[in-house]
Design a protein around this ligand. Structure first.
Ligand code: CP3
Length: 342
């Protein structure tokens, strides 16, 4: 197996900088759209053979150094008791949001083997099919990010209901975050036991919090999840979107890798993180709409600034957009490999 990605996570020497792309399996690929045209998104996530097929597509098409399980961060909150739908063009909708003590109390404790067997079966298929290729990354939403979907009932602009619960009913909010955290520990442990080679915690909305609130109400739970996973001996990546104001806190998560978005320059990341963790990131996803020359220059700039880190995994600063030209994504992967090759 190509272990460049795993080595970079641990800060070990590598022959070149590994790269994978957040949301690398998705609607920018005609091959994905073909599979997706036959089934809805949730059915795709729940059909192991199809989920495994689309997981592998970006390996063949782009030549990335890691695969990420095809699923969604919202999959395990359905068996917790939320009514989950993905509406075309609108995204996720949860029709029974969690906003009072009764609904927090009613949340089910999930048993991954029984409640999300399709996720674990997809991992088992992939760990067989990828055994001679590249590592497989499992993932979960981080507690705050999952809480926002559960409380808002979907995506949000200002996260008012979430912050209302945090500031008006801090005890209830804590109870909810604790329940989600316990789910995340058992869900990721089950993924690791089924065969993933690394895990990523997606904290996509942590950056909407003031640093003091993030530190007091969220970060202790993130640290505890990562501590519990450490005994499993595989790399943990903690991705924090909009991380600039939180990085001085987030870098102490105990993860092997801190994932960063593009709104902070990689030289500032290197200065803040030092040798505390390896770093993943951080090209602006929209740079892939530019010319190949510009993409190459921007990739070189990130690589140069990241050379001070103990380990670097190249990635976009957030997910690749559906309108992205595949050719430019492929050019990015090739250029990162060429430019970083020792
Ligand atoms: O390739 C991969 O990265 C693996 C698969 C993956 C998906 N979602 C597939 C997906 C992963 C790792 C996710 C994570 C995810 N899901 C996050 C965290 C990362 C981030 O983007 O911040 C979040 C917040 C979600 C929730 C979610 N899922 C939203 C808001 C939406 C709708 C918006 C959109 O992009 O369509 C989804 C749907 C979704 N998840 C799609 C895919 C491929 C599109 C579904 C389709 O085919 O119609």
């Amino acid at each position: 197996m190509n272990d460049t990605f795993i080595r970079a996570c641990g800060g070990h020497s590598v022959d070149y900088t590994p790269i994978w792309i957040m949301r690398q399996a998705g609607r920018y690929l005609p091959e994905y759209k073909k599979v997706r045209s036959k089934v809805d998104f949730l059915t795709l996530c729940k059909t192991p053979e199809l989920a495994a097929e689309v997981t592998i597509q970006p390996l063949d098409i782009l030549g990335v150094d890691a695969a990420i399980l095809f699923s969604d961060i919202l999959i395990p909150i359905e068996p917790m008791g939320l009514d989950l739908k993905f509406l075309e063009k609108e995204g996720p909708v949860l029709s029974n949001p969690v906003r009072d003590s009764k609904s927090v109390e009613n949340l089910r404790v999930i048993n991954p083997d029984e409640d999300v067997p399709y996720v674990l079966e997809t991992i088992r298929i992939l760990s067989r099919e990828l055994s001679t290729r590249v590592p497989l990354i499992g993932f979960s939403g981080a507690p705050f990010t999952l809480a926002t979907y559960m409380i808002e009932g979907g995506s949000s602009k200002n996260f008012m209901n979430t912050k209302k619960m945090l500031f008006q009913h801090p005890g209830l909010f804590k109870e909810l975050i604790e329940k989600i955290s316990n789910m995340v520990i058992s869900y990721l442990s089950a993924q690791i036991d089924a065969g993933v080679n690394a895990v990523q915690l997606f904290d996509s909305w942590a950056g909407v919090l003031a640093p003091v609130d993030y530190e007091a109400h969220i970060f202790p739970f993130v640290k505890n999840i990562i501590k519990k996973l450490r005994s499993k001996n595989i790399p943990v990546i903690y991705f924090v979107n909009n991380c600039a104001g939180l990085l001085h806190i987030a870098k102490e998560s105990g993860a092997d890798v801190t994932g960063v978005d593009w709104r902070i320059d990689m030289s500032a990341v290197a200065e803040e993180v030092g040798k505390t963790t390896s770093v993943q990131g951080n090209l602006d996803p929209c740079l892939l709409f530019s010319t190949k020359e510009h993409i190459s220059e921007a990739a070189k700039s990130v690589l140069d600034k990241a050379s001070a880190l103990r380990g670097h995994i190249f990635n976009l600063g957030h997910g690749i957009l559906p309108e992205t030209p595949v050719d430019n994504a492929k050019a990015l992967v090739d250029r990162v490999h060429e430019l970083s090759s020792k």
